[in-house]
Write a protein that binds this ligand. Structure first.
Ligand code: ADP
Ligand code: MG
Length: 479
């Protein structure tokens, strides 16, 4: 397959649904919460009772504008809502309120590593409920389904990219960058596994050099970054095989199965007219003043890319800056620590080293640990002053993560402060040299690498508390 791949160019466009983190739903006062008792967040509006009217949630609009601005979009002065007709059991009204030809955000872009990906549009819509296929009928499947309407009417922003991506790596990079961005601006949890962020991938192939895109298939049900990449890779090979065999790719919606690693046809792609869109008569068109857009722009938090550039300006390497920014919890923690004025690089060494390793091992976020930015800053100051050695620091930082004690308290309790007093260290150095006459003679005869052995002995004797530089100097002197 790999040499066949050489003959084709891949074209990918993504449609990403981001669930907005508002308190209530887009058109109803019910709570917008995950994991509540089924059908407990279901007002008559959510249930689509006759005679009820939707009321647009202002916060939903503000979050959509904020996201649009972060995606370099234009926010038209005028947009409107439309009805999209579906007949699904999890959609009690029989239609979804969405935006068809006049979305809230248009014409933007998102920069991924070394490439600009166009954003066609971003529009608001309500989510449907959830069907739970239950009542196992033997081993064969379900004999009935249950519906939970808690999710019905939760606000979604559907972000549609231009078909600008050319590989599964770029698609993954786009999703990761977008996910990080919506998290930083606080509009979405960006959790693919829990479905607060969902992605449909449109994929086509065309002979290299061709000017005309091939027919696309739309892949649904990818709920991790790994699944997105695998599904795209599978789909590229499937489509190339069809074209190589003289067939035609048909435009359709396909479902990814993470267990089998295959996509399968779900339904032929509907055309817009199948949905019988028409302007939503129960909602006024939305007029957004320029003043309001500027008010929201003024509240834009620092974006991940800006943070990265700032960190590089503080002397962090590009790699380190990227790694910290990719983990929002760490970046926010780091920013709090920086406010105290401690040395950024020393702080970063521990964050990237012991702290990251601990978080990875415990599968947790720094905000879940007991380490506060203030305590960490005090710790870094003790290292910088030489009160504790780097090695001791590596030990106590773990205690600080676990039990939240201050570094100065741990040092006091355990007697861990660094011994920098030359007189005291010299006594120990002399003793160690006397106790190891063979090694001392060998060192003097030219086996200089034995210095490490002596340093190790002194450190063992002082339980790692001796200042390593002083130990080195004094050993050379005494030997
Ligand atoms: P629909 O609702 O019919 O899926 P949208 O306009 O919402 O249509 O989304 C179309 C998506 O498909 C966009 O992300 C776009 O970039 C992408 N796309 C369009 N044409 C192609 C193509 N030939 N190959 C791959 N992706 C495509
Ligand atoms: Mg689509």
């Amino acid at each position: 397959m790999s040499d066949l791949r050489e003959k084709y160019e891949v074209v990918i466009g993504l449609e990403v649904h981001a669930q907005l983190k508002t308190k209530s739903k887009i058109f109803a006062p019910d709570g917008n919460e995950f994991g509540r008792e089924p059908n407990s967040l279901t007002s008559p509006i959510t249930l689509g009772m006759p005679g009820v009217l939707p009321v647009l949630n202002r916060e939903v609009v503000n979050m959509a504008i904020l996201t649009g601005l972060a995606l370099n979009c234009e926010i038209p002065a005028h947009c409107k809502f439309d009805r999209k007709q579906y007949f699904y059991p999890d959609l009690p009204k029989g239609y979804q309120i969405s935006q068809y030809d006049e979305p809230i955000c248009v014409k933007g872009y998102l920069d991924i590593k070394g490439k600009r990906i166009g954003i066609t549009r971003a529009h608001l819509e309500e989510d449907a409920g959830k069907l739970v296929h239950a009542g196992a009928d033997g081993l064969a499947g379900s004999s009935y389904s249950l519906v939970d309407l808690n999710r019905a009417g939760t606000p979604l922003l559907e972000i549609v990219s231009e078909p600008d991506m050319r590989s599964s790596d770029e698609a993954k990079e786009f999703m990761e960058t977008l996910r990080n961005m919506v998290r930083y601006i606080g509009v979405c949890d960006g959790n693919l596994e829990e479905g607060s962020m969902r992605c449909d991938a449109n994929i086509s192939v065309m002979p290299k050099g061709s000017k005309e895109f091939g027919t696309r298939a739309e892949i649904k049900n990818v709920n991790s970054f790994r699944a997105l990449q695998r599904a795209i890779e599978y789909e590229i090979d499937r489509q190339i095989e069809i074209v190589e065999d003289g067939g035609k790719v048909i435009q359709e919606t396909r479902l990814w199965d993470d267990n089998t690693g295959l996509t399968s046809s779900m339904r032929g792609k509907e055309d817009a007219h199948d949905y019988r869109y028409f302007p939503e008569p129960d909602l006024m068109p939305l007029e957004i003043s320029r003043g309001h857009v500027e008010e929201i722009r003024a509240k834009m938090p620092e974006l991940p890319e800006q943070k990265r550039v700032r960190y590089i300006g503080l002397g962090l390497s590009e790699y380190d800056a990227s790694v910290v920014v990719e983990q929002m919890g760490l970046a926010l923690f780091f920013d709090e620590v920086l406010k105290t004025g401690v040395n950024a690089k020393t702080a970063l060494n521990f964050i990237m080293g012991e702290i990251s390793a601990y978080l990875k091992e415990e599968k947790t976020d720094i905000s879940e640990t007991k380490l506060t930015p203030e305590n960490f800053a005090e710790f870094i100051a003790l290292i910088e002053k030489g009160t504790i050695s780097n090695n001791i620091g590596k030990q106590i930082i773990i205690d600080m993560l676990k039990d939240g004690k201050k570094a100065s308290v741990i040092v006091e309790e355990k007697g861990l402060s660094q011994i920098s007093d030359e007189g005291a260290i010299k006594l120990i150095v002399k003793r160690i040299v006397e106790q190891n006459p063979g090694e001392a003679a060998a060192y003097r005869a030219g086996k200089v690498q034995l210095l490490g052995f002596f340093v190790g002995q002194v450190m063992k004797e002082t339980k790692g508390r001796a200042n390593p530089q002083t130990v080195n100097e004094l050993l050379k002197e005494v030997l």
